[in-house]
Design a protein. Structure first.
Length: 443
């Protein structure tokens, strides 16, 4: 895409995203919460993700931290009604329904929002929230187009809002222990990371019953498309958006960003130096456009020193579940396994191989991550509890005005890695990034 066309698209994105809040009074943005004030939360998109992970977290934390869900904005009448009923059941109070975000923000009903809409809408709705003076929890991915990543990062930086991104590993106890261990230097330099996310689910991201039930008149298709060019109503793209670009990239949007985010966190590297990708729709030929199998290779290291670095291989398939979900970090001395939360000498330089070159062996001692932490933090954290921990961290930061664990910089960095990956998938070429221009570079 030419620079001029990209600038036009970005201006259009910001213009459309700001339209809802353009007429709100300045006093709206100036509200400062007291330490004990009730925080009024609006839900932007009553999604499966919100229902299954966020709502239980609010049920657990809401009263303790005085956060109340007071509003649900969803453009589909069915989800809006389900949201009101489910939130009332869990929280004990009934939220106010809104047909769209403009109505909700105009009502001045909320102090903060949780954004759990379709992948391509996260940055768009995030900019809306910043313009409306809202603190925000924005589900991942932050953005899969670089102009959108730049727009939301700039909007947050220009605001005084507390924004948490939904890469919840940053709030999980086991990942925090791993981060501290790697930073201590005891692991040694990372020489390789292998990451997998394998399932065998023909129904993953499919919603055939809902596709058959939804009618265009029950929702707002044009509003769903947001900044994308108009196309005729397609219930599959509305409900099964993860299978279709540009609504999502599928595997990279949904799964890869979680795991690649840990690389950035553990190493303080903001992005990969280069990305290549290969894959395809090899088995589930159900009309989807996004791959059911992908292998993505990243080169990481100091951006100004190509003599140092390491490789990350990310592989994922939806056609065979062998291997499951794994994150394995390697040094010359062994392996950190974030599936078992164990440090082992696996693959480390053994005595025989070292002796051939008159070197000393280099092998880690077998240790559990939990053995390295104080007893009160030595907990193995699963998917739901890590989301709860991330929600708690955001709530606490909304009150303290401190930066949360998964702040906008972390979100922008995973978005850059994602945008590079998408470019590699679509071009079949090696992809790099220009930090000054904040743009993709084809190798």
């Amino acid at each position: 895409m030419s620079k001029s066309k990209r600038q036009i698209r970005r201006r259009e994105f910001l213009k459309v995203a700001a339209a809802a809040a353009a007429t709100l009074p300045a006093a709206r943005y100036a509200k400062i919460l007291g330490a004990n004030d009730r925080v009024r939360v609006g839900i932007v998109g009553f999604s499966d993700r919100f229902r299954q992970a966020h709502l239980p977290a609010y049920g657990q934390l809401g009263k303790e931290l005085n956060f109340e869900i007071v509003a649900v904005s969803d453009i589909w009448s069915r989800r809006r009604e389900e949201g009101v009923a489910e939130i009332a059941r869990v929280m004990g109070t009934q939220p106010r329904p809104f047909r769209n975000n403009e109505e909700m923000y105009a009502a001045r009903a909320t102090d903060a929002v949780v954004i759990s809409t379709a992948d391509f809408q996260h940055s768009y709705h995030g900019v809306e929230a910043m313009q409306a003076g809202q603190d925000a929890y924005i589900e991942k991915p932050l953005a899969h187009r670089i102009e959108d990543a730049v727009a939301i990062r700039d909007a947050v930086k220009k605001s005084d809002r507390v924004v948490q991104i939904g890469t919840q590993r940053r709030s999980a106890a086991n990942y925090q222990m791993a981060n501290e261990y790697i930073r201590s230097g005891k692991f040694g330099d990372i020489v390789m990371a292998e990451m997998t996310w394998n399932v065998n689910q023909p129904g993953r991201w499919r919603r055939p019953q809902l596709v058959a039930a939804i009618k265009e008149q029950d929702t707002d298709w044009k509003r769903f498309l947001a900044y994308l060019p108009y196309e005729p109503w397609d219930p599959r793209k509305y409900l099964e958006y993860r299978l279709f670009w540009p609504y999502s990239s599928g595997i990279p949007d949904q799964w890869m960003v979680h795991q690649i985010d840990t690389v950035h966190w553990f190493t303080d590297l903001p992005r990969p130096r280069s990305v290549v990708a290969n894959g395809g729709v090899y088995l589930w030929k159900d009309g989807r456009k996004n791959w059911d199998t992908a292998t993505i290779v990243f080169d990481y290291g100091p951006l100004n020193d190509p003599s140092r670095g390491f490789q990350v291989v990310y592989s994922s398939r939806m056609t065979n579940s062998a291997g499951g979900t794994k994150e394995l970090y390697y040094s010359n001395a062994g392996m950190l396994n974030l599936d078992t939360n164990e440090i082992t000498p696996t693959g480390g330089l053994n005595e025989r191989a070292a002796a051939e070159m008159e070197m000393k062996p280099n092998q880690l001692a077998t240790t559990k991550l939990s053995d390295l932490a104080p007893a009160e933090t030595a907990a193995d954290t699963g998917a739901d509890s890590s989301t709860t921990a991330n929600v708690r961290n955001w709530m606490e930061c909304v009150r303290s005005r401190k930066q949360p664990n998964a702040n906008i910089d972390a979100g922008y960095n995973h978005a850059v890695a994602l945008c590079m990956t998408v470019a590699a998938i679509h071009s079949g070429r090696k992809v790099m990034f220009d930090d000054t221009k904040r743009d993709i570079v084809m190798g």
